[in-house]
Design a protein around this ligand. Sequence first.
Ligand code: DC
Length: 227
Amino acid sequence: MADLAPVIAIDGPGGSGKGTIAMRLANRLGWRLLDSGALYRLVAVAALDRGIEANDGVALAQLAAGLDAAFGVGDGGMVVRLEGRDITARLRSEQVSAFSSKAAAFPDVRAALVGLQRGFRKPPGLVADGRDMGTVIFPDARLKIFLTASAEARAERRLKQLKEKGENVNLPRLFREIKKRDERDRSRAVSPLIPAPDAHLIDSTELSIDEVVHKVLKLLEESGISS
Ligand code: DC
């Protein structure tokens, strides 16, 4: 059955490097990749376009249930389409980051996205990154990683990313936004950002991407999943 494909769950806060690590692993293993945060971000983009407020849980859940999203690969990396339009450039903006974190706190929004996320699980395997991959969406994942980094390090990484995209941001504001988003993601009643009991914790504050990938590959080897 397709749902027996192995899953590697990589959870953690924004800026911990989980997206990059997940992509590297998926490429290396030839497995599919699920960037679950992108789904919450897509709900945010769709809501902003329709003038739906971040506190309107009913409308947001409806949007999530009917999400018409497509993921592809272009010259510059992942391409994300919403209702056929390429919205990749908007996906990582601070406005969408803040909105998606608010939308993700509604249980009905989360429930509406469960089936879509589990649908990514296909042979030969799936690398899934997010907040609740190991706790809620794929509790039977073969390997669970919880990746952290200090809020300062994450703010600096985000600053670099956003500057490269030409967004006008400053470090103190980014730091405040990250702390606020962490607090919201950790304290929400449904699927809060917490490590699964069987997750391996990796702190990437002082580690390069290569060093984190190396650590995960070692854990993979130890867990018996071949690379
Ligand atoms: O990983 P990210 O920064 O792209 O995620 C955007 C928002 O979506 C984040 O604030 C929390 C939410 N999210 C979530 O609640 N559960 C997930 N599995 C992934 C993301």
